[in-house]
Design a protein around this ligand. Structure first.
Ligand code: AMP
Length: 224
């Protein structure tokens, strides 16, 4: 039997596990997962004009302008998306959500669900404080449980572990403010369309993924 198509957005506050769940979806479902944050970090590393513009927002914990985020997603879709795909960390504003609706309607491929990872702010602060990220493959790890030290090497690819520039307490406070102001309204946007699936993000990666599988198994069944 043919597997059901997954066309998802994966949303939630900083450090709610979006990147980790995106990787599990790639591994288990073999679907492409596009993280707009990763795309922008690559632009910054390459020193491109888009990267320079993005850095002037990202380094201060602010969202990049909608046109920059939407252009990144449109470029990816134009590269030949299949019938399944996941956007991690997009859309983060209602303007982006409306733009995505229009782009996907043009592709004849509407979303099948919007996954919302919930995590309370004290857990977020703890995770960000212990988070290191591989400069090569972009995977994140928790110091103390997944890797021993901040300055070690990536257990997956051997790359250098670094602390993300925007993972300091002051920048995190701004990212949370941007999330509350701009991204939480996106939840109502998808709830009103019957697409919202709320997921408890405070559990282990495997437990969170099990919730995601249950929430996406039957596209007709909403949990919120
Ligand atoms: P993330 O890697 O998802 O935590 O995103 C890191 C940063 O990239 C955010 O704090 C924003 O500055 C920027 N960013 C990522 N996705 C978007 C988006 N959809 N809209 C605007 N800015 C974004």
């Amino acid at each position: 039997m043919k597997a059901a198509a997954h066309r998802l957005v994966l949303l939630g506050p900083p450090a709610s596990g979006k990147g980790t769940q995106g990787r599990l979806m790639e591994e288990h479902w073999h679907v492409p997962v596009v993280s707009v944050g990763d795309v922008l970090r690559r632009e910054i590393a390459s020193g491109s004009p888009v990267g320079k513009e993005a850095a002037s927002f990202m380094n201060f914990g602010r969202l990049v302008p909608d046109r920059v985020a939407v252009a990144a997603v449109e470029a990816w879709l134009a590269g030949g998306a299949g019938e399944s795909f996941v956007f991690d960390g997009f859309p983060r504003t209602v303007g982006q959500a409306r733009a995505l609706d229009e782009v996907l309607a043009r592709h004849g491929a509407p979303l099948t669900a919007a996954l919302w990872l919930e995590l309370d702010e004290s857990a977020i602060a703890g995770r960000v404080d212990r988070r290191v990220t591989c400069a090569d493959c972009g995977r994140s790890f928790q110091v103390g449980s997944q890797v021993a030290a901040r300055d070690g090497v990536c257990p997956v690819c051997g790359g250098k572990l670094t602390v993300r520039k925007d993972d300091d307490p002051v920048t995190l406070a701004e990212r949370l403010e941007q999330y509350r102001e701009h991204t939480t309204p996106v939840k109502d946007f998808y709830a009103s369309r019957g697409l919202l699936r709320v997921i408890e993000g405070g559990r282990t990666p495997e437990e969170v993924f099990a919730q995601i599988e249950a929430a996406t198994a039957n596209p007709q069944e909403a949990t919120a």
